[in-house]
Design a protein around this ligand. Sequence first.
Ligand code: 5AD
Ligand code: SF4
Length: 449
Amino acid sequence: MNKQRVYIETYGCQMNVADTEIVKGILSRSGYSFTENAELADVILINTCAIREHAEERIYGRLGAFRTIKKHNPDLVVGILGCMAERLRKQLIEEEQVVDLVAGPDEYRRLPELIDTALVGEKGIAVRLSKTETYDDIEPYREDGISAWIAVMRGCDKFCTFCVVPFTRGRERSRPLMSIVDEVKELTRRGFKEVNLLGQNVNSYRDGEYDFADLLAAVAKVDPTMRVRFITSHPQDFSDKLIHTIAEYENICNYIHLPIQSGSNRILELMNRTYTVEHYLERVETARKIIPGVSFSTDIIAGFPTETEEDHQMTLEILRKVRFDGAFMFKYSPRERTKAFEMGDDIPDEVKTQRLNEIIELQQKISYEINQDLIGKVVEVLIEGFSKKSKDFYMGRTDTNKIVILPKEDLEIGDYCVAKIIRANSATLFAEKAEKLERSNRITKYAEV
Ligand code: 5AD
Ligand code: SF4
């Protein structure tokens, strides 16, 4: 029996969180156990992100800390997994003495072998990308909890010109619908209350004749009291059928993450986003008609190559027009191998920062206003855990993905409840008088009190 203890740190997107569970599934099958304390570990793995330069800088910082631990424990194995491993490959081993193994996102099955080799002092690299790997037969290693993540597809074929993901995660491929449904059944049995279906671009999901809307419906039917969420949608493939499916099933959450990236058609074209602002607005309008109360979030990039002040103003304008509930906002970061990398990085950092700050400021104001309108309303909340600030309060989420802080009353984690909103800022709602809601009488719409 293998006695090695593994410590894993995860950075980046939710796909990496799901991948870490797969890595743990693979390692536990081979007899490895896990520790939460890096200093007690025989093997340290870092699941990395390469989407922006800043993400990689953080990892280099962590390697410094692991170098110190290795000084005290020379047998320690340090491995880099994920997108940065795929992107930098040999360079990581050559330039970072502390690194013993490098494994890209499609090579996790080889981890036991790579770790064994590293334990006897040999460095290893595995960065082949696969057209078919979905880890479908691997049972992810999950602690019991409220919310679970399931990668329903891997990779991306969109090739947005700024994005490194098609190079680090390879071609698009989907997991079979039935095996996803079986996994959701098992999660329900274990008491999970929410499942998040993940893909770089879920609208491209395909299993024979089934598309993503079919998958969502199949998952929603497993347990009507289990919330179903999904990320990320691409505006080009965001179909009417999908919108109708979200509307039809009470337990499919009324929340859509739909990255727009820019409000300028010229920039969208340079980004190879394959839609126009007009198409985007039409999709939002249609979804709002068919799913009353639906909430939207988006991604925005400030300072893409050649972006003018006028383009930037168009981005601010689109924020005002759509009035997103929330947004993830980034400064453009050039990534090697991408098409945009060749366009140069001509927007000075101060200009990027200023534009980003204007975008953030405007979006915060809009989120604040939208949340203020909820004061006095009653919302349905799924309680996910304790408030970060005080054990006397719970933290939960609305169907529309808004965070709610509420009094504990006699409620428990995992309960659905209705709560009256009494205060709000741009990121959080605060509630009073939360009351348990039996699973059978769930509401999903806001009600007036
Ligand atoms: N620079 C800045 N932001 C980026 N994103 C992807 N690539 C880059 C980049 N090179 C952002 C996009 C995407 C989100 C996941 O990250 O907005 O939707
Ligand atoms: Fe990157 Fe575009 Fe694919 Fe998203 S859709 S992962 S931004 S290439």
